[in-house]
Design a protein around this ligand. Structure first.
Ligand code: FCB
Length: 447
């Protein structure tokens, strides 16, 4: 179970806003994240993605790191406003060329580019026209998707339509802690539906453009566990599961919304929408980090509140419980839901409280190695149990801008010194390189 076949895809993931920087260079339009981070008090420590890992200027050096790691695939996202500054119409040649060169650089190094079309950085111009709460944004997305694929599609096979629509819906439109910082149930419902609709419209459009593409999409899936064995907590868990997981899985795979939330969507669904959404997929991506414990809480919006993990369980710097078996459970549960659609774990990884003032501790990241070993082992276990998991991508290649948490949370296999932009391979980089080379989980190393 600790050994994987030669054709299992090992990869690393990044996203445009979290690493590129160059937020206002070479004709790039503003994104909702550019606008959000420049508002006071939104991001820990006042951090912004203005410079981030300066990947826009260092992409070749970063491709060399990916090549050195030896992975089969590199998943990155295209910034919509870098490609199409106003979100519609004119393509920004410099932005287009940047991704064009990136794809060529990866291919020249023998790495398969996995292109994600949307990792949260909606053009601000479209936000001003209503954002995801406006149905028209789904149409604009399909046009943008076709534009990117029209240029990169001759060299790229794997395309992800979305990264985690559920995070955009819940964190961006209900809790208001991600861009665009909205906290409104109506906006949340409309956004959730329009993101699903955009997935379906995008899939149909890209299929009509090219039959060679392997089209998939990615949802953040975290199993929800009732804190106590009571009817109330079980109900709370079921509700949260519907909000977080079901609102995006059920429409895609079953052409309907979950029973527990379906009523909310009645006013926004138009005739034919559920058929438009439930398009066949070539693969499905799971981003997974932890599971969530919940208890009934009549005062909260969904009648459920997250309960912090007990003191005796290990947590990451994000406060997320280390619960590797939850990935196994998640994959097994998905098998029933997805039928024959193959699964890729498109993100998994961890930030830990390494001492920030001690560079040595930051790169001797034994906790990350332990976390990754345990999670990868669960992927092997799921495969042995008959789940068709065909690949695994570590989040992330580089330490980067962790959304509202800023730069304090480091997920990289490579350490980034944000003063100098120096990249330093962590112990986990060497560990992952050994895994990829041997297709076998290495024994724990003393560093
Ligand atoms: C996921 C996001 C990714 C990163 C990780 C830690 O939800 O897709 O960008 O922030 O969490």
């Amino acid at each position: 179970m600790d050994t994987f076949p030669a054709d299992f895809v090992w990869g690393v993931s990044t996203s445009a806003y979290q690493i590129e920087g160059a937020w206002a260079e070479d004709g790039k339009g503003e994104s909702i994240w550019d606008a959000f981070v420049h508002e006071n008090g939104r991001i820990a420590n006042g951090d912004t993605g203005d410079v981030a890992c300066d990947h826009y200027h260092r992409s070749l050096e970063d491709c060399d790191l990916v090549a050195e790691l030896g992975v089969d695939a590199y998943r990155f996202s295209v910034s919509w406003p870098r490609w199409m500054p106003a979100g519609r119409g004119r393509v920004n040649r410099a932005g287009r060329d940047f991704y064009d060169r990136l794809v060529d650089a990866l291919l020249a190094r023998g790495i398969a580019p996995w292109v994600c079309l949307y990792h949260w950085d909606l053009p601000q111009a479209l936000q001003e026209a209503g954002g995801w709460a406006a149905r028209d944004t789904a149409e604009r997305y399909a046009d943008y998707a076709a534009s990117v694929v029209g240029v990169l599609g001759d060299r790229v096979r794997h395309v992800a339509l979305f990264n985690e629509p559920n995070t955009t819906a819940v964190l961006g439109h209900l809790l208001g802690i991600h861009a665009p910082g909205v906290s409104d149930l109506n906006a949340f419902v409309r956004t959730s539906h329009h993101l699903n609709l955009a997935t379906g419209l995008g899939l149909a459009r890209l299929r009509s453009e090219s039959s060679a593409l392997e089209l998939g999409t990615i949802v953040n899936l975290q199993p929800v566990v009732p804190e106590r064995d009571t009817d109330e907590d079980r109900q709370a868990a079921a509700t949260l599961d519907a909000f977080w997981n079901g609102n995006h899985l059920d429409p895609l795979f079953e052409g309907r919304y979950p029973e527990l939330t379906g009523g909310m969507f009645e006013s926004v669904i138009r005739d034919g929408d559920l058929d438009r959404i439930s398009q066949p997929l070539d693969w499905f991506g799971v981003n997974h980090y932890t599971h969530n414990r919940v208890a009934a809480d009549p005062a909260s919006l969904y009648g459920a509140s997250l309960v912090p993990p007990p003191d005796d369980v290990q947590t990451t710097a994000m406060g997320w419980e280390v619960a590797p078996h939850a990935l196994f459970d998640q994959l097994v549960a998905l098998r029933a839901r997805l039928g024959a659609v193959p699964i890729f774990v498109t993100e998994n990884g961890a930030a830990f409280r390494e001492a920030v003032d001690d560079h040595g501790d930051l790169v001797r990241d034994t906790k990350r190695i332990d976390y990754l070993s345990r999670y990868v082992r669960e992927v092997g276990r799921a495969r042995a149990a008959g789940v068709d998991v065909r690949g695994y991508f570590v989040w992330s290649l580089l330490d980067n801008f962790e959304w509202h948490e800023g730069y304090g949370k480091r997920f990289g296999l490579v350490h980034v010194d944000y003063e100098t932009q120096e990249r330093t391979r962590k112990a986990s980089f060497e560990w992952y390189r050994a895994l990829v080379a041997t297709r076998t989980i290495p024994d724990p190393v003393e560093t």
